[in-house]
Ligand binder design. Structure first.
Ligand SMILES: [Zn+2]
Length: 260
């Protein structure tokens, strides 16, 4: 226990191997004090976070652009399918010709979705990295954890909202970001859920009946529903990103004014 370290930020005693304070998550190299050096009474001066503020605005713009592009392509391809499918239904031959187009659009969706997720992960990692410098608060997730957690399918729907809630609360304690985060999360999860189960039902239906026309028609309705619900969530997600950026740059301006 000789190597235990005390946290200068919250006075907690931490185990030798702890890389950050168990209680306030101040990194050891920032807040470590030998226990004997801690004053027994009176406050200790809170240690200044290491590192400097690096704007996340560029990553926010790229991420938001990919999200908007994803939504536009979703709308355009849904409109295109809506026009093409009725004609394709005139004959089995043209119905079979329409199917590859629908599948190609699915690949484009996935391509942009993956690119958007990667830039989102890079953005949220930078955002988390800035929180201690901007607010003196250490989020539960480190920048690397935020990056990796964003990329894990399904679990990221649990991790990302809690990271965003923590960031928004730290940067703007007066305003509750829960509502806007829920408004983004719920429609996106609902759209993915409907798309996943809808496609499985369609495939089962097609295997059962072998009717290409009915399958295409049902697929079209499914696409319209999924796109309609999903876009609500993605528009709100862009709003969440914008609010994180707004509150971060307000804090950064405050810091610049304070140090000037
Ligand atoms: Zn601490």
């Amino acid at each position: 226990m000789n190597d235990a370290w005390a946290c200068a930020n919250c006075r907690s005693l931490n185990e030798r191997r702890a890389s950050r304070c168990y209680r306030c998550r101040t990194p050891r190299d920032v807040g470590s004090v030998a226990p004997a050096a801690m004053p027994t009474v009176g406050p200790t001066s809170a240690p200044a976070p290491k590192g400097r503020y690096r704007s996340s605005a560029f990553r926010a713009v790229i991420t938001s652009s990919l999200i908007v592009a994803f939504c536009i392509i979703a709308i355009v391809s849904t409109a295109a399918s809506t026009n093409v499918v009725p004609a394709a239904l005139q004959s089995d031959a043209s119905a079979k010709a329409a199917l590859p187009m629908v599948l190609t659009m699915t690949y484009i969706y996935w391509g942009i979705a993956v690119a958007g997720l990667v830039t989102f992960a890079a953005w949220i990692s930078r955002v988390v990295d800035n929180v201690p410098v901007l607010t003196g608060y250490y989020p539960r997730a480190t920048p690397r954890m935020a990056l990796l957690q964003s990329l894990v399918p399904i679990l990221n729907f649990f991790w990302i909202p809690s990271i965003l809630r923590e960031v928004l609360h730290a940067q703007d304690p007066d305003r509750n970001g829960n509502a806007v985060i829920a408004a983004a999360l719920i429609p996106i999860v609902a759209a993915i859920f409907i798309a996943f189960w809808g496609q499985r039902i369609l495939l089962a239906f097609r295997l059962g009946s072998g009717d290409v026309k009915d399958t295409l028609n049902a697929g079209l309705v499914l696409q319209q529903v999924v796109v309609g619900i999903g876009i609500i969530g993605f528009v709100m997600l862009v709003a969440v990103i914008a609010r994180v950026e707004r509150t971060a740059s307000a804090r950064a301006r405050g810091l610049a004014a304070g140090s000037a």
